[in-house]
Design a protein around this ligand. Structure first.
Ligand SMILES: Nc1nc2c(ncn2[C@@H]2O[C@H](COP(=O)(O)OP(=O)(O)O)[C@@H](O)[C@H]2O)c(=O)[nH]1
Ligand SMILES: [Mg+2]
Length: 253
C-alpha cells in the first residue's frame, strides 16, 4: 500500500525459475501483491514463484503481450508495475517510481534503463537495436522516449480502458508506451532507473523480435487514430496540472 493505493506487480515469465526467486526476494513491503504470469514454462517457475509468495496466473498462449494482458486482468491493485522475472529491473526502484507518480500526478511512467550498478553493459547488437527502435519511434510519433524496449513501467489501472493494446508479442512494450504518450487524457513520463544483470537465458529472439518490432512501429503509426480525451477526466487533469505547476514555481522561487 502506498498513500492509500494498492500496489500490484505483474511479472511475465517463461522459464525463469532462477531469476524469479531473486526478484521476489527483493520485493519491497509496499507491494501488496505480485502476479507472476506463467507463460508456458517447462521448468519450475510456477512452483518456486508460489513458494516465494507470488500469485501465479497461467497463460497458455505463448507471447509476452498475452502474458502482460492476462496479468493486468488478474491484478487487483490500483497501480500496476511491470518487470521481467530475470533480475534486470530492480524491485528497489518501485518506491522511487511510486513517489514520482504521486508527486508529479502522472498516470503512466516508463523506466529508462540508465546504467548497471554491477558494471555490465548490454551487447553492442542490443544497444544498436534499441537505438534504431527508439529512434524510429521518436521520429514516427514525435515523443521523446529513450528506451522504447524497457520492460518496466507503471500505470494507474483506471487508464487501462484508454489503451488499445493489440500486440500479443514483444511489441507490447513499445505499444503501451505509444498508447500512453499519445492519449490526451493520460499524463505519461519516462524516468531513469539503474538496472541489474540478467539471471538466466534471454528469451528474446534478437533478429526476429527486432525486425518485427520495427515493422510494428510503422504499422501502428499508419493505423493510429486521434484519440478523444475522456470527458470526465478533463477538469481534474487541469486542476492537477495547475497544482504541479504552482508547486514547481514555488520550489524554484
Ligand atoms: N520473449 C518472451 N518473453 C516472455 C514470453 N512470455 C513471458 N516472457 C517473459 O518476459 C520477460 C522478457 O523477456 P526477456 O527474455 O527478459 O527479454 P529481454 O529483457 O529483452 O532480454 C521475461 O521475464 C520472460 O520470461 C514470451 O513468449 N516471449
Ligand atoms: Mg529481460
Amino acid at each position: 500500500m502506498y498513500r492509500g493505493k494498492r500496489i500490484s506487480v505483474v511479472i511475465p515469465c517463461h522459464n525463469e525459475e532462477e531469476g524469479i526467486v531473486a526478484v521476489l526476494r527483493q520485493m519491497p513491503a509496499i507491494v501488496d501483491e505480485v502476479v507472476v504470469v506463467d507463460n508456458c514454462s517447462t521448468d519450475d517457475t510456477a512452483k518456486v514463484a508460489a513458494e516465494h509468495g507470488a500469485r501465479v496466473v497461467p497463460e497458455s498462449r505463448k507471447g509476452y503481450g498475452y502474458a502482460h494482458k492476462s496479468g493486468y486482468a488478474a491484478a487487483e491493485g490500483d497501480i500496476i508495475i511491470t518487470m521481467d522475472g530475470d533480475g534486470t529491473y530492480p524491485p528497489d526502484s518501485v518506491p522511487l517510481l511510486l513517489y514520482v507518480m504521486m508527486e508529479e500526478k502522472v498516470d503512466f511512467i516508463t523506466a529508462r534503463r540508465w546504467y548497471s550498478k554491477q558494471g555490465g553493459t548490454k551487447s553492442p547488437i542490443r544497444l544498436l537495436g534499441n537505438a534504431v527502435l527508439s529512434g524510429t519511434m521518436m521520429a514516427l510519433y514525435f515523443k521523446f522516449i529513450v528506451d522504447s524496449q524497457s520492460g518496466m513501467w507503471m500505470f494507474k489501472k483506471e487508464i487501462l480502458s484508454d489503451l488499445d493494446l493489440t500486440s500479443n508479442g514483444m511489441a507490447l512494450s513499445e505499444e503501451i508506451k505509444i498508447e500512453a504518450f499519445t492519449h490526451p487524457s493520460v499524463r505519461a513520463i519516462e524516468i531513469p532507473i539503474y538496472y541489474g544483470e540478467r539471471i538466466g537465458e534471454s528469451k528474446l529472439n534478437i533478429w526476429r523480435d527486432g525486425f518485427y518490432n520495427l515493422f510494428f512501429l510503422v504499422k501502428k503509426r499508419l493505423m493510429l487514430r486521434k484519440k478523444q480525451p475522456r470527458k470526465w477526466n478533463v477538469e481534474p487533469l487541469r486542476a492537477a496540472n495547475d497544482e504541479v505547476r504552482e508547486r514547481r514555481a514555488g520550489g524554484v522561487g
